[in-house]
Ligand binder design. Structure first.
Ligand SMILES: Nc1ncnc2c1ncn2[C@@H]1O[C@H](COP(=O)(O)OP(=O)(O)OP(=O)(O)O)[C@@H](O)[C@H]1O
Ligand SMILES: [Mg+2]
Length: 225
């Protein structure tokens, strides 16, 4: 949709071949261009989802490779923080019928949040069967957490850095609204639990088979044992 911005990443090789200050400036420009592209992509995605113009390309897939691909992509976001990325997705989990690209968007958004708001500890993805029809997935972190009375705000567009308002936010505040729309479009549901200073856990369900919109299990009631 936004291939019209070929400048992003195109100069990376030239940047790396240049020396000292030029290379650093080149890297900075490239990073900022990528951030800008992410903002534009988020705004377009949110508008399309809101307008009901997104069609899913459903495929029969295993969950584990999607999770590990997204974990690898997000590893760089950890930087120097003492945060380990952990996965607990059984290899014999039933296959899902999902749009793989959209699922990757869900996982990278949730992992990016968990990593962004965690200074130490872990970010863990777990998945289990939930009854005969659903898979429940949980992304848990040991980060800053969110106060109970502020939890509802996370689903509203453009709400950002709820627990750390003095920080200059990164991103657009559209990540969670987009994630929720995609999960619901698949027939699942999503919920968030959090404890200030302890961490946050986002749980969502996905049906094992394609189902009618609105037929999701209540993620708030799923407990991964
Ligand atoms: N794992 C988390 N721990 C603590 N707070 C969180 C977590 N996930 C989301 N939040 C809170 O919810 C807000 C909204 O999240 P959302 O993903 O929609 O936006 P964002 O991450 O700020 O920006 P974007 O996703 O567009 O890059 C966050 O800014 C943060 O205050
Ligand atoms: Mg986000």
């Amino acid at each position: 949709m936004v291939e019209a911005l070929p400048i992003v990443g195109a100069r990376a090789e030239e940047n790396e071949n240049a020396g000292g200050e030029v290379r650093d400036a080149g890297r900075r420009i490239d990073r900022e261009a990528q951030d800008l592209l992410d903002v534009i992509t988020n705004i377009l995605d949110a508008s399309k989802l809101e307008a009901g113009k997104v069609e899913l390309r459903l495929e029969d897939v295993a969950l584990a490779p999607i999770v590990s691909r997204c974990m690898q992509r997000c590893q760089g976001l950890v930087g120097a923080k003492a945060v380990s990325l952990e996965v607990d997705v059984p290899s014999d989990l039933p296959r899902l019928r999902v749009d793989v690209v959209k699922m990757q968007q869900v996982f990278t958004n949730l992992l990016a949040n968990a990593i962004k708001f965690t200074d130490q500890g872990y970010v863990r993805v777990r998945a289990r069967g939930a009854g005969q029809q659903f898979i429940a997935i949980e992304i848990e972190d040991t980060g800053v957490g969110i106060r109970d009375e502020s939890l509802d705000r996370v689903w509203k567009p453009f709400e950002q850095d709820i627990q750390r308002p003095s920080r200059r936010p990164t991103g657009t505040g559209l990540g969670l609204p987009i994630v929720r729309s995609i999960v619901e479009l698949h027939g699942g549901s999503i919920a968030i639990k959090s404890k200030l200073g302890v961490g946050t856990c986002v749980t969502f369900t996905l049906p094992r088979e394609p189902r009618a919109k609105g037929a999701g299990a209540a993620a708030s009631e799923v407990v991964l044992g």
